[in-house]
Design a protein around this ligand. Structure first.
Ligand code: MN
Length: 280
């Protein structure tokens, strides 16, 4: 295996809107990068204009995968058909396993100021697509952060670092890593990612060099090639997420809020939603 992970593809997101007019950048889930198995979608929302986000995401269904909401700034209230209700605040994460079906809403809890964060969709294996819905939610202060002498910090939402810092999310389906990494100018991150994983880096602040020299700017995503080490050098103070997971290598049939393995299962999801039997 090569010494370092390199940039195998560089993706810039597409400006779009979802929910009730929420402006966001879609990075995974467009024709440029429809999916990076097991990841189906990555949205980055971020604005200090209330009109860009205030409509939120009114009630809508999901079946067959997981939605992960990680808030950088701001407050988002979620409610779902299983009876969960709470507010995700600055630095908090909600990892929701929609499984057989859930109807939820995600609404901003604030009317001014900056609201920003990510939504990632993680596929479920065929064997778990109809599992009972559940969710895992953690506040910023409950998520471990590893600090290095060079000033680099790794907030470990899921997975574990080479130093053994282990995240809070329990997920055996794809054994994901989800790290929020902060790098001071001129510092270097050296980490490792399992060889079997598909991995990406998305820079949301600053500019970095990946591997042997691939430049990655703010609001750009790099799909990583496998390597013994992930080396990221910060050209300026930088913040980025590193996400990886074991690919499922199963057929994907998706439409709107449902992601299944076959066309029949997809049609069944729409039929169940229309007849009110999507949720138990
Ligand atoms: Mn949703």
């Amino acid at each position: 295996m090569p010494e370092f992970c390199q940039i195998s593809r560089l993706i810039r997101g597409q400006a779009t809107a979802d929910g009730d007019g929420v402006k966001l950048t879609r990075i995974i889930g467009t024709h440029q990068l429809l999916e990076l198995d097991p990841f189906l979608l990555l949205d980055h929302f971020g604005s200090d204009e209330a009109s860009d986000y205030i409509g939120g995401f009114p009630p809508h269904p999901h079946r067959g995968f997981e939605t992960v909401t990680y808030m950088l700034k701001g407050k988002m209230r979620h409610q779902d058909s299983v009876g969960n209700n709470g507010v995700i605040e600055d630095g908090g994460v909600q990892w929701m396993t929609a499984g057989s079906g859930i109807i939820h809403s995600e609404m901003p809890e604030q009317t001014e100021g900056l609201l920003s964060g990510f939504q990632l969709w993680v596929n479920l294996p065929a064997s778990a697509k109809m599992t009972a819905p559940k969710y895992q939610e953690f506040k910023h202060e409950d998520i471990p952060v590893e600090h290095s002498e060079n000033g680099v910090s790794i907030k470990v939402i899921a997975g574990s670092t080479s130093q053994g810092t282990t995240g809070v999310i329990d997920n055996d389906y794809v054994s994901p890593n989800y790290w929020d990494v902060h790098l001071p100018a001129d510092s270097t991150l050296l980490e490792s990612i399992p060889e079997s994983h598909h991995a990406f880096v998305y820079v949301y602040q600053g500019a970095v060099i990946v591997g042997d020299g691939g430049e990655l700017l703010s609001n750009e995503l790099a799909v990583l090639s496998p390597g013994k080490q992930l080396k990221i050098q910060a050209k300026s103070g930088s913040r980025l997420i590193v996400v990886s997971g074991r690919p499922l290598k199963e057929p994907i049939k998706r439409a709107g809020p449902f992601v299944m393995n076959t066309q029949d299962e997809l049609q069944q999801a729409f039929a169940d939603y229309q007849t009110g039997t999507l949720i138990k």
